[in-house]
Design a binder for this molecule. Structure first.
Ligand code: SF4
Length: 276
């Protein structure tokens, strides 16, 4: 798992077998969809060699002959079967398989989820010992610990506290959505020049009302830059050093052209496109 923020908020429901993960996901998904959220889910099937396809079926034969992916369409469902499992996937490529959703809920994937601070975690535990163990191993936000058993505070009861779980999930999703939107307005270069060092940290501070967009050094200096580069209509953020290198290099090259005299204060526009 990388450390880049995910494109949409991701919540993972993790825990050992029979700890109530699917029950929590069922409850959360139905409540969130009732509130208008579009929810995608993904489940890690912890069974070596498991295939959704069945040997000998037409789709299996398509895949065996080299097709990848294989798409099976019936009158009620469409299944896209990719011939790559967990070893070849990471969370970001999994998100690439989801065209549009407000959030992704994962069931399982503990090994890769525990250390990813960009994922909100709901941890299902069966005993107090499991609770202590997960608490030590989790990095990033634990939205809740919950159990099918009554283990007492701060462990929520899956049966009685589903509303609390839902509220915490919604609060997390709304916060992440807002931070990701702010991040879209930042250069996303992690240049380390502002006091927050990374763009996501500044986005969090802006969300919390502790900072503003022009605390980003690159945004602040943008009006003073003498070079502006746009790629396919989108401005490319550059720092003053690169701006000056580009300005001098391009003007230097242009000055060698016959009949061109450069004074250093001209406005120059170059458009590069591939005409068909
Ligand atoms: S100065 Fe801007 S681009 Fe650089 S880390 Fe801070 S927010 Fe990101």
């Amino acid at each position: 798992m990388g450390e880049r923020p995910t494109r949409i908020p991701v919540i993972a429901v993790i825990g050992y077998k029979e700890s109530g993960k699917t029950t929590v996901i069922e409850g959360l998904t139905s409540r969130l969809t009732e509130r208008g959220y579009s929810v995608a889910t993904a489940k890690h099937i912890d069974q070596k060699g498991f295939r959704i396809d069945k040997e000998g079926k037409d789709t299996w034969r398509h895949a065996a002959s080299g097709a990848n992916p294989v798409i099976a369409v019936s009158d009620v469902e469409t299944a896209v079967i990719h011939r790559r499992g967990l070893g070849a996937l990471n969370l970001r490529s999994l998100l690439g398989l989801i065209p549009k959703a407000d959030l992704l809920i994962l069931e399982g994937f503990s090994k890769i989820v525990l250390g990813d601070k960009h994922i909100g975690k709901i941890v299902c535990v069966r005993t107090l010992r499991e609770y202590e163990d997960f608490r030590r191993r989790i990095r990033g936000e634990a939205l809740a610990f919950c159990s099918l058993e009554t283990l007492g505070e701060p462990i929520l009861s899956v049966k009685e506290n589903l509303s609390t779980l839902t509220e915490r999930a919604i609060e997390y999703v709304e916060r992440r959505k807002s931070i990701l939107e702010i991040l879209d307005s930042l250069p996303n270069l992690d240049c380390g020049k502002c006091q927050y060092r990374r763009c996501e940290r500044l986005a969090e501070a802006i969300h919390d009302g502790r900072a503003k967009l022009d605390d980003c050094v690159l945004i602040k200096v943008r009006p003073k830059l003498k070079t502006r580069i746009t790629l396919n209509g989108v401005e490319v953020h550059i720092n003053p050093f690169i701006s000056e290198i580009v300005r001098r290099s391009v003007l230097g090259m242009i000055s060698t052209l016959k009949g061109v005299e450069i004074r250093g204060d001209e406005t120059l526009q170059i458009e590069i496109s591939q005409k068909k």
